[in-house]
Ligand binder design. Sequence first.
Ligand code: HMG
Ligand code: MG
Length: 301
Amino acid sequence: MSGHQVRIVEVGPRDGLQNEKQPLSTDVKLELIERLAGAGLRDIEATAFVSPKWVPQMADHAELMRRLPRRPGVSYPVLTPNLKGFEAALEVGATEVAVFAAASETFSQKNINCSVAESLQRFEPVMEAARIAGVKVRGYVSCVVACPYEGPVAPARVAEVAARLHGMGCYEVSLGDTIGTGTPASVTAMLEAVAARVPVGQLAGHYHDTWGMAVANVAASYAFGLRVFDASVSGLGGCPYAKGASGNVATEDVVYLLRGLGADTGIDLDRLAEVSAWISGVLGREPGSKVTRALRAACAG
Ligand code: HMG
Ligand code: MG
């Protein structure tokens, strides 16, 4: 188990910031994205074309995408829940988008105000418009282990939604443990069910760290064969429609873990830790990554 290339999808500017109560300027968000690219991230989820009434922090999506300097070799996917969001994203030059569904009916209603079946129907015209425009589409499934409203979610249900997204043309399906209650055992059981319907090479792990299990879940998923992980610098984030959910697994922690497993992420850990310390300073808190705290303590000592 060594020498594998692993792709990390940095979701800090979107998942990480969407739940921040203090309004952040577009300048800060642009600087964050630029610094992340400077640390070697090649997939940076930049913003979400969702309703500003639902997620005020993402209200500057169009301005951000208009001003974002595109670096060659870097992809800047954005969330698009429906055709309206897709068209707005396309207008400001998005070349990759993500549609997002859930394996739980109640979460789907709370998050995007429609049933799971309705959400999949809404994605069809997005997929069609994306095909015509040559835009890549990633798919998310939320609540792959448990739902904040309904409790445990059956792996077969996750597999069904993941297979629908894959079947409609998503190049990759990211599996979200939205409330971070998964453990290596429950995550592996879920992956077994999903991998029977969608090739492992087209799956990504998206694990929130609410219960402190996210790094363990990345390790278990890597052992299972996943080679793509979503992570958020400094462990920023949470979902506004999943009460109490904390941030994603910290990107620094994933990079350190994978390096220890002999995998190559192409990310400069020292530079990433600097980005983490910088954005944490902007937000007025300590970095959420233990790796960053340890690196800084080692430097100070
Ligand atoms: P709705 O109210 O059902 O939509 O919201 P509607 O079609 O009835 O339209 C109502 C209003 O919203 C109209 O404006 C539309 O124009 C506007 P009004 O006439 O009232 O002024 N509207 C939009 N505005 C901007 N962008 C759009 C858009 N669509 C309609 N795309 C909607 C449905 C999906 C828009 C809403 O529920 C929404 O924006 N939800 C966002 C939820 C969200 O962003 N959640 C967080 C991201 S998901 C997540 O974090 C999980 C993930 O990380 C994986 C994991 O961890 O599990 C991905
Ligand atoms: Mg998330």
